[in-house]
Design a protein around this ligand. Structure first.
Ligand SMILES: C[S@@+](CC[C@H](N)C(=O)[O-])C[C@H]1O[C@@H](n2cnc3c(N)ncnc32)[C@H](O)[C@@H]1O
Length: 273
């Protein structure tokens, strides 16, 4: 598989750690200000880029129940789950829907009060070069907010990268260029005329069950490897066995569970009213 090939997604595997994964989204939303006042009869318009199975998109409807919210994703499997579980009218007379789109090329066709993206832009090479297009569509007083993982140097990712060349997967995993530093995001967003609030947090998730870090990354960071080895089950199992052993050493279980430190980067860019 080349570095450009898209990984396949497994909503059920991804949702196995839904509680821990939703926490950064709640922390991001806590810093998003109120949306601009609407003209009479108008509804706030919100886009969620890389919505996945839609469970965090649905949290937007809890905060803005009158809004029309669209989650965009390019995984048919993720969108199927989102359609079935979350699409429809919302409690305040708003609407939640989902549509296929590739964030690499998605260009807003209407103004938005909020464009948000959680745990997705690390999959989109050159995403910071798209900020200008997206911000152009944000209404005055509106916001663009995102969260990306900042853990590409963590053992979970370093160990899978170290193993990959042994399985002919040297160019499968991205690293240096997956995300920018918080300072660089701040610079990009302020250069585009926004008031930007950028920060980082390291969560220490306490995971339970056997080999929980492996179980976690099978839903996300390991997808490119699982996709590349989908038709080579022996190699896939050999990779998983080597990787599992390395993870057990790097993330030892304690009497209370397995602590899993996870750094994340947040940015909230507010456009002047
Ligand atoms: C880690 S999941 C995050 C899902 C959701 N935002 C959440 O927080 O639970 C990443 C999502 O990004 C989507 N994705 C990755 N690259 C994409 C692209 N180029 N265009 C659209 N969606 C993309 C994947 O299909 C996947 O659903």
């Amino acid at each position: 598989m080349s570095a450009a090939a898209a990984p396949t997604w497994d909503p059920a595997q991804y949702l196995r750690h839904a509680g821990h994964r939703a926490r950064p989204f709640a922390d991001l939303l806590a810093r998003v200000p109120d949306l601009p006042a609407q003209p009479s009869g108008g509804r706030p318009r919100i886009a969620d880029l890389g919505c996945g199975p839609g469970n965090v998109t649905a949290l937007l409807a809890q905060r803005w129940p009158t809004a029309h919210i669209t989650g965009y994703d390019n995984s048919v499997d993720m969108l199927d789950q989102a359609h079935v579980e979350h699409e429809g009218p919302t409690a305040g007379g708003g609407r939640l829907d989902f549509a296929h789109a590739d964030v690499r090329t998605w260009t807003p066709e209407e103004p938005y009060d909020l464009i948000v993206s959680n745990a997705t832009l690390q999959w989109v090479p050159g995403h910071a070069d798209r900020f200008a297009d997206w911000l152009r569509a944000v209404r005055p007083g509106g916001t663009f907010a995102f969260q990306v993982p900042g853990n590409f140097d963590a053992p979970s990712h370093r160990l899978m990268r170290d193993l990959a060349p042994r399985y002919g997967l040297g160019d499968t995993l991205r690293h240096e260029d997956a995300v920018l530093t918080p300072r660089d995001y701040l610079a990009r967003l302020t250069d585009l005329g926004c008031a930007a609030d950028v920060w980082e947090t390291t969560y220490v998730h306490l995971l339970t069950g056997e080999d929980p870090v492996l179980d976690w990354v099978k839903g996300t960071g390991l997808r490119p490897v699982l996709t590349a080895l989908a038709d080579a089950p022996d190699q896939r199992e050999a990779f998983l066995s080597d990787y599992r052993a390395a993870l057990r050493e790097a993330y030892p279980a304690t009497a209370h569970g397995t602590p899993f430190p996870f750094r994340r980067i947040f940015a909230v860019a507010h456009k002047e009213a």
